[in-house]
Design a protein around this ligand. Sequence first.
Ligand code: NAD
Length: 235
Amino acid sequence: MKRPSSIVILTGAGISAESGVDTFRDAGGIWSKVDYRDVATPQGFARNPRLVHDFYNQRRRGMAGVAPNAAHVALARLEHAFSGAFLLVTQNIDDLHERAGSSRLIHMHGEIGQALCSNCGNRLHWPGDMDVDTLCPACHSMGTLRPDVVWFGEMPYHLGRIERALEACDLFVSIGTSGSVYPAAGFVEEARRHGAHTVELNLEPSDGFSLFAEAEHGKATEIVPAFVERLLAGE
Ligand code: NAD
């Protein structure tokens, strides 16, 4: 592979699977246990905010028991060892990339460890539970806090910055994502249109597999560190 000068990496639930975080659409994944319309839409939250808080409280508590795996660590190593432009875009709301040492990172679907107040618009670090009667520490209103997570029907974060990085990159790598949720699923075509080499690293061929110039299928903890080493060696 020609040595790139600008890299964009997209990650999805599959990179955190071997850390013990459930994926969404796989058999046994989160959407086989709960209806996304109940817990991941603004309408579901309006209907039953207590149910939605319970769901995210449980997921937030679950984060304490998981740790970054070799794939997260490899991407942090790449960021620090690579001298060109680098952006890691994750669809994941967990903080495993940060805990592995990544910093040039965008959470396009928000973060489980943050709260968003619908009254004052403040985003707050939120490591504990939240409920319908929790007060917003910034504006002191009650019942206005929600997890700072992008739900279906809402606009993902930082799309302008992501778009500029995709236009400028010469290597785009998609890791552990089913390629079924837009706009992230369209990033490969955006990068290709601007001439980037495109690589899929996933357990199995994703929905958008045929759009990639190169693909490798296997466990993230095995194929991502190997890919990073090859990339840094200039092979
Ligand atoms: P996904 O569950 O759709 O796909 C996970 C992919 O990872 C699969 O293709 C699977 O083959 C692969 N995989 C599984 N284990 C792996 C491993 N060990 N190594 C490598 N790959 C592995 O998850 P996604 O692609 O991140 O999908 C984006 C998701 O974001 C959507 O499913 C959507 O539901 C979700 N989302 C959730 C929220 C929320 O929680 N509120 C908000 C917005 C979007």
